[in-house]
Design a protein around this ligand. Structure first.
Ligand code: NAP
Length: 293
């Protein structure tokens, strides 16, 4: 599987498996474990979770049951808004590791920017990084101003920023800014979101006619075209899937190549349409959301 080298030399598989809302929101049981185990058996080694998803235990159980060594995996988790701050960050990290039943993370992200807490949170994360308890540090939903803030004091530069990014939300300026700073861009809801968003599937980019036309040229699925559009532009994708067919389909990206014209055509589908929250307004609602124990 293709890997990208982060700014500290750590390698990350370009296609990861998204784990939010497998089954239903914050479900954490054998069903979730088995979906993740299916993904591992299909070949995924990069798993994306978060304290807020409430399913870190299922991620840990699936890895254990796979019989594959921990070091073969790339595990990302995220700190929630209400967990930010100096001591709170350390406590949130320990809780995450305990739930995962692991002794280190490959990547730890600030899930959403909380500018008043960013410096304390990042410096606590830096101390965990210096103790070799986290292999790389990153961001999620950070705008350019949030990144500029962090670059003003960071000893460890962020390696990664996870953004809502799909053909209807191309994030051109922010992506270019991240790349200019050596920050790898990862795409959340790369296919246009799961059922949690309530968006009908025919409104999502995975159902777009232009994408279907490109897919039929290469005899691949619409999802494969969207994922390849990101992969060819050196971005990371973390599609979530529960059906076995979709789980495997999303990994099969090596047998075709999009042309520059295909890529430009997909870029042209942008309509700045978010299916998830906007970092400009997310904070109040985020603070109402409970991180399960
Ligand atoms: N950082 C953040 O703030 C943030 C926010 C949201 C999400 N995320 C991360 O991003 C991950 C992915 O986002 P997401 O789950 O919202 O959306 P997504 O990956 O864009 O879409 C998931 C949906 O697409 C379907 N699907 C998967 N593969 C397909 C294929 N080959 N063909 C057709 N349909 C396919 C899935 O169906 P089935 O499940 O039925 O197979 C599911 O309904 C999350 O799991 C999470 O890890 C991060």
């Amino acid at each position: 599987m293709n890997e990208i080298t982060l700014n500290n030399g750590v390698k990350i598989p370009q296609v990861g498996f998204g784990t939010a809302a497998i089954g239903s929101w914050q479900q954490d049981d054998d069903y979730v474990k088995n979906v993740i185990l299916n993904a591992i058996r299909a070949g995924y080694r990069h798993l994306d979770t978060a304290s807020l998803y409430g399913n870190e235990r299922s991620v840990g159980h699936a890895i254990k049951e796979s019989g594959i060594a921990r070091k073969e995996f790339f595990i990302t988790s995220k700190i929630w808004d209400s967990e930010q701050g100096t001591e709170a960050t350390i406590a949130a990290f320990e809780n995450t590791l305990n739930r995962l039943a692991m002794d280190y993370l490959d990547l730890y992200l600030i899930h959403w920017p909380v500018p008043a807490k960013t410096q304390e949170t990042w410096q606590a994360m830096e101390s965990l990084y210096e103790q070799n308890r986290i292999r790389s540090l990153g961001l999620s939903n950070f705008r350019q101003t949030d990144i500029e803030q962090i670059l003003g004091f960071a000893k460890v530069k962020p390696a990664y920023n996870q953004l809502e990014l799909h053909p209807y939300m191309v994030q051109k300026e922010l992506t270019e800014y991240c790349e200019s700073q050596g920050i790898v861009v990862a795409c959340w809801s790369p296919l246009g979101s799961g059922t949690w968003s309530g968006i009908p599937v025919d409104e999502k980019p995975v159902s777009d006619q232009t994408i279907s036309d490109i897919a039929s040229k290469y005899n691949v699925s619409n999802a494969q075209v969207i994922l390849k559009w990101n992969v060819q532009q050196n971005r990371i994708v973390i599609p979530k899937a529960e059906s076995l067919n979709n789980i495997s389909n999303n990994l099969l990206l090596d047998d075709f190549e999009l042309t520059a014209q295909d890529i430009a055509q997909i870029n042209g589908l942008n309509r700045n349409r978010r299916f998830g929250a906007d970092p400009d307004t997310a904070y109040a609602a985020n603070m109402q959301m409970i991180v399960p124990a």
